[in-house]
Design a protein around this ligand. Structure first.
Ligand code: MG
Length: 328
């Protein structure tokens, strides 16, 4: 027999709140946030995910849970914040087969990432829906007061940096949805990047005081560069040849050069895109090395507006249709 709502909460979610100060074991109407660490302010962010839009309907419940948590942790990292905890709202289809089995695997995914990233469940709600699986995570973190990294701080002359590699997730989704043919040698890595982002939660706080502006790449490198440029009242120049690709993405792009467009505009990278003055180059490299994350200088901030993507021989890449960079 199916469990009632309270039994579900007890079995699957109360264990995830254990150890969270102010969560009261999910027994009250709301949770309390403790004082932010000395000299810090709370940072809060929310992201909703819908089956068929942000993940594939047959993705495993534990991976869905982890992706929902991680995209929020990525937003905290982009602000330079250290994660603390999260709340969760979950809507499950009324006709979901074996909801307890689904919830059990979903909670296992949360447990895994709570341990990995040092966060706790603070509260939540679950409902049933006539629609697809839908979930929303609200994440809380803290940053030294007044030192949060905004999108608006980039200055003309700053370097443009990105962490990790770009494009794996977009290419992985193309494999998963059979838009491009599978290639056994490198594709598992691309697919993993789509299913399970790696939020840069240690790099973000390490960039406080170094980066002038930052965001996490969710819409696509080019589009998100546009957001940063717009908020900062400047232009961004990206050297396409400098953008770091993984070996698997490189292989794909070498055999099908048009895929470079997808890599640069596809999104779901959850890498940090940030700017810093030339005087901070050494500091940025050291901060990244300290947390074992690769960072690459891929361009600069210029006077003007919008984004210019420059090819290896100096020509401005433009004229592509939707999904490309023509809208800049
Ligand atoms: Mg973001």
């Amino acid at each position: 027999m199916a469990l009632g709502e309270f039994e579900r909460i007890d079995r699957f979610f109360v264990p995830l709140a254990r150890g969270a100060e102010g969560a009261f074991g999910l027994t009250d109407d709301a949770a309390l946030l403790p004082d932010a660490p000395q000299g810090s302010a709370w940072v809060v962010t929310v992201d909703a995910l819908v089956s068929g839009v942000h993940f594939l309907p047959d993705d495993a419940p534990d991976l869905i849970a982890r992706k929902a948590l991680r995209v929020n942790l990525s937003d905290l990292a982009a602000m330079g914040a250290v994660p603390y905890g999260y709340t969760l709202a979950l809507a499950l289809p009324r006709d979901l087969p074996d909801p307890e089995g689904w919830l059990s695997r979903f909670a296992e995914g949360l447990r895994h990432d709570q341990d990995e990233f040092g966060v706790h469940l603070l509260g939540g709600d679950s409902v049933s829906t006539p629609g697809p699986v839908t979930l929303s995570v609200t994440a809380f973190g803290s940053v030294a007061r007044g030192r949060e990294i905004r999108r608006s701080g980039a200055r003309v002359g700053d370097d443009l940096w990105v962490s990790g590699t770009v494009g794996d997730s977009a290419l992985g989704l193309k494999v998963l949805t059979s838009v491009i043919d599978p290639d056994e040698s490198g594709d598992p890595q691309l697919i993993d990047r789509y299913r399970l982002p790696q939020p840069r939660i240690r790099l973000g706080p390490g960039l406080v005081g170094l980066a002038t502006a930052a965001l996490d790449v969710s819409d696509g490198l080019v589009q998100d560069s546009g957001h940063l440029a717009h908020r900062s009242g400047a232009a961004v120049r990206i050297e396409a040849g400098a953008v770091p690709l993984s070996p698997a993405a490189h292989r794909r792009v070498d055999s099908q050069p048009a895929l470079l467009h997808d890599a640069l505009t596809g999104g779901d990278d959850y890498e940090l895109l940030f700017t810093a003055p030339l005087s901070a180059r050494k500091g940025v490299v050291e901060a990244a090395a300290a947390v074992d994350v690769m960072v690459t200088r891929i361009g600069s901030v210029e006077a003007g507006q919008g984004v210019r993507v420059v090819g290896p021989d100096g020509q401005v890449l433009s004229g592509l249709k939707r999904g490309g960079w023509s809208h800049f």
